[in-house]
Design a binder for this molecule. Structure first.
Ligand code: ZN
Length: 169
């Protein structure tokens, strides 16, 4: 899969992003049904009843080993979400904003192994955060808007299953 510029389709924040709730769009979520138990050899997440979960207790010895979608995205450097943060307030408050971003990720990741930040690129005039999951990118944007107002925009490319989030203040 090659990354291309997403189509310029703009969605306003809010419930209009319901389309993102259909997991079938994500090419990294294979239709393949894994045997159970199956465990990710990268992060230790366990595939259970069609979902990836953090395992509680020790992994069964006979577990099939695969690489989960999040670890594959990380290995292939192929993010699903891009969050760009810019503007004078954002740059002045970048540490505070990044604390919030990491808090959102920590909260989501604790429940959902496939929701992870891949990288935080701190540039002079912007911060760019990449994620393994489009929902996490949306949640980061919404958390920033909730905490600091500002301007929030989503650009969703359905074909590429790619969400670009832009928050400006
Ligand atoms: Zn994994």
């Amino acid at each position: 899969m090659q990354s291309k510029s997403p189509a310029a389709v703009t969605f306003r924040p809010g419930r209009r992003l319901e389309i993102l709730d259909d997991p079938n769009f994500d090419p990294y979520l294979t239709k393949e049904k894994f045997a159970e138990p199956t465990v990710c050899r990268g992060c230790g997440a366990v595939y259970h009843v069609g979902h990836w979960q953090w395992q509680t207790g020790t992994a069964p010895i006979d577990a099939q080993q695969v690489v989960c979608p999040a670890c594959r995205r990380i290995a292939e450097d192929f993010p699903a979400g891009f969050v760009t943060i810019d503007g004078p307030f954002a740059l002045k408050s970048r540490q505070e904003l990044l604390n919030l971003v990491r808090h959102v990720e920590g909260h989501e990741r604790a429940e959902h192994p496939l929701k992870r930040i891949m990288a935080i690129d701190e540039q002079a005039d912007r911060l760019i955060i990449t994620t393994t999951d489009i929902h996490l990118a949306r949640q980061i944007g919404e958390a920033l808007e909730h905490a600091y107002r500002g301007e929030l925009d989503f650009h969703y490319n359905k074909e590429e299953y790619l969400l670009r989030v832009h928050w400006h203040r």
